[in-house]
Design a protein around this ligand. Structure first.
Ligand code: ADP
Ligand code: MG
Length: 693
């Protein structure tokens, strides 16, 4: 009988009717669905764990016989089952181990003395001195020949439970499936990874067989890597396709000859960094192309992303179109506005500010001669909510945005015309994530900080004396400097023992009596926020008590102290971002991370920041410690569609997959060559892919 991945399990004669029914109830309809349900662990049943004599921290896999079964009841309805297992050896019976199941009286019927069982779980010592495993995973072997052939004397796969599908039955179905499925039904998805030596001689068929039933754990890991590479390859094909989709949209070259840029450069009192120069020329080259730019600018806090944006906007504006800069918050939009005015007023450009808080009246065309539309628009996302002033938007810069997805990009497309888009990240992103979650973007990197920056002194302090902290702050105030005090929450929470900005603000006002303190957080109204920030910027306020609203982009050179309370509540990348709020001027700056000290691991984690000021290094550390979900701001820990690939461990595979996918697409942009036909079903539509971002 021949069948392939798309065949229905219900049509396979070697699976009995009962098995087919059970599989269907677990949601397995096709061969492919079953085959791609990968094990989450493997048990080596050629050699079981040594029989325990006491507690063990690691879970054990025991093989023994049932010697006693008990159903114990207490109270009304409550019952637990105790199954005693033992191992017979030449030396006689060993110390029995009791498998305990609480509130599972129905299990009792399954067991009988004499049965052979495999149990997996952590052994502990009960109060009465017996060795017990609570709620172990277990399998009862009925002694039929299949038990030996499939479930014993080999490394067996253990699958995540699916409703109504017993482990043994699932494993048996998988075994029979692989036994009956020909290699020809499992053609490779990957092109031969030419220079990836580790994969020499591997095939999809081999990997799929060995991921389920490996002969050694090394073989299993090799199969996992092969299949992970395949997953990343499919992901890359899709992101590269999405990039093609964007490029296929009508775009226009939007690049002037550079006179405006040269005028601005002549006004700059300092040199641009090499990285800024490089990024500007990359962006400039994109602007000159007839297809819309889709680029991401990554740079550490303080690396000078704004000037790259400003320079790029000059090229665009010179070509006659409008350019917009979108910031995530009003504070940042206003800061950019002031900054842009300072640099561009001398060049005679028309700049306008547009934020959600101040509606139409906030459109303050700078040199508003008659009805001339502004050339440069600065604002929040409100900018995009249809406006007469936006007439010919050719270039959009999005500042401090991690997640700028397909949907938002689609909003920018007007009458099928796509403006050039440059997205600037708030923090560096680990390379594996850049290649996957943002794989459809071109990337420019600012890996250099402007010369003359003072390194920021960073220290982790466990519950320091507040009087000492106040003393230090007063010294800084006396020297004319300002400080940020950052707290994790807005209001005191009863459940979380954390400081809150509101309550702490009152306390610090007393501790720092005679100095000006202000409070800012997400619930302060837009207008008030502006007023508070303006006072702080002008130096009237000595310290700003805040939540992480000040995290992004705030630039106040005279602020030299950043104290983060309950620092362990923040991610490393976020703390690094906060740290970047100081050290922006000529004075020595300090970042103090106050930990409650109750969790040594958390304190260790914070110490990473004492060791490095390189944002790319911090991002990599954060990825290792907290996983990609946290960095991407998604609930899941990985990207959808990754079953075996691990963005933390498999960075090299991601890069290999990118290369393979690029070559595949370059050779055949629409993947229409007969040898590529197998790949077409693996391409997801752009819409469903937008779930990725
Ligand atoms: P970020 O990348 O965090 O957005 P900014 O663009 O806000 O950084 O720049 C941080 C500070 O560094 C600003 O005050 C800016 O004027 C200054 N700056 C940027 N580029 C240079 C440079 N090449 N030389 C000196 N200072 C610079
Ligand atoms: Mg910035």
């Amino acid at each position: 009988m021949t069948f392939d991945l798309s065949s229905r399990l219900a049509d396979l004669a070697f699976l009995d009717a009962r098995t087919q029914k059970v599989l269907a109830s677990g949601g397995f309809v096709t061969v492919q669905q079953l085959l791609l349900h990968f094990p989450f662990r493997w048990e080596d049943r050629r050699q079981f764990s040594a029989w325990p004599h006491g507690e063990d921290k690691e879970p054990l896999c025991l093989h023994g016989n049932v010697t006693d079964t008990q159903l114990k009841r207490f109270g009304y309805k409550k019952a637990f089952v105790e199954i005693t297992i033992d191992r017979e050896s030449a030396a006689g019976l060993s110390e029995p181990v009791v498998l305990r199941f609480f509130n599972a009286a129905w299990l009792y019927k399954q067991f009988a003395a004499g049965q052979e069982v495999v149990a997996y779980g952590k052994v502990k010592c009960a109060k009465n001195g017996r060795l017990v495993i609570d709620h172990p995973e277990y399998e009862i072997l009925d002694g039929d020949p299949e038990d030996v052939r499939i479930h014993m004397r080999r490394i067996v796969p253990v699958y995540r439970a699916r409703e109504g599908v017993p482990q043994k039955q699932l494993r048996r179905a998988m075994f029979l499936l692989l036994e009956n499925l020909s290699d020809a039904a499992l053609p490779d998805v990957l092109p031969p990874p030419s220079d990836a030596g580790d994969f020499a001689g591997q095939s999809r068929a081999f990997a799929l067989r060995r991921i389920h039933f490996p002969e050694s754990m090394e073989q299993m890991e090799a199969a996992r890597r092969y299949l992970a590479l395949e997953e990343f390859f499919v992901l890359q094909l899709n992101v590269l396709r999405r990039r093609q989709d964007w490029q296929a949209l009508a775009g226009e070259p939007r690049c002037g000859n550079g006179d405006l840029y040269a005028q601005w450069r002549a006004l700059l009192p300092f040199a641009l960094t090499g990285a800024q120069e490089r990024s500007i020329s990359e962006v400039r080259a994109d602007l000159a192309k007839p297809c819309a730019m889709n680029r991401m600018l990554q740079g550490d806090v303080g690396s000078g992303k704004t000037f790259v944006a400003l320079a790029a906007m000059l090229f665009a504006v010179e070509s006659g179109c409008q350019a917009a800069l979108m910031a995530p918050t009003q504070i940042l939009a206003e800061q950019h506005y002031l900054n842009f005015r300072r640099w561009l007023e001398p060049l005679g450009l028309r700049i306008a500010l547009r934020t959600g808080a101040r509606k139409e009246d906030s459109f303050l065309p700078l040199l508003s001669e008659g009805s001339d539309a502004p050339q440069i628009l600065i604002g929040t996302h409100a900018l995009l909510s249809g406006d007469a002033a936006v007439t010919d938007l050719g270039f959009v810069v999005i500042d401090e945005q991690h997640k700028f997805g397909v949907e938002q990009r689609a909003k920018l497309v007007r009458q099928g015309r796509a403006p050039h888009v440059l997205v600037m990240t708030a923090t560096p992103i680990p390379r594996t994530l850049t290649l996957t979650a943002y794989g459809d973007l071109d990337v420019s990197v600012l890996d250099e900080v402007p010369a003359g920056r003072q390194p920021i002194f960073t220290a982790v302090r466990e519950e320091p004396d507040t009087a000492q902290v106040a003393g230090f702050l007063k010294e800084q105030f006396a020297a004319g400097r300002q400080a940020f005090l950052v707290f994790p929450l807005v209001e005191e929470s009863e459940t979380l023992q954390v400081r809150s900005a509101t309550v702490e603000f009152e306390k610090w006002k007393k501790r720092l009596a005679g100095h000006e303190l202000a409070l800012i957080h997400g619930r302060v109204s837009g207008e008030e926020k502006e007023a508070v920030m303006a006072k702080f910027r002008s130096g009237q306020t000595n310290a700003l008590c805040a939540t992480s609203v000040i995290e992004v982009g705030v630039d106040i050179p005279n602020a030299t102290v950043m104290i983060v309370f309950d620092a362990e509540r923040f991610g490393l990348a976020q703390l690094h971002q906060l740290r970047g709020r100081v050290g922006r001027g000529e004075h020595k700056s300090y970042c103090i991370l106050v930990a409650s000290g109750k969790n040594p691991e958390a304190v260790d984690r914070l110490r990473t920041l004492e060791k490095t000021t390189d944002g790319f290094a911090v991002a990599e550390a954060d990825l290792l410690l907290r996983g990609p979900g946290d960095i991407l701001g998604t609930a899941q820990s990985g990207l959808p569609g990754l079953r075996l690939g691990d963005l933390v461990r498999d960075g090299k595979l991601v890069r290999t997959a990118r290369r393979l996918a690029s070559v595949t697409i370059e050779n055949d942009p629409t993947l229409t060559k007969p040898e590529n036909a197998r790949l077409l079903p693996l391409l997801i539509s752009s819409e469903s892919l937008s779930a990725l971002s």
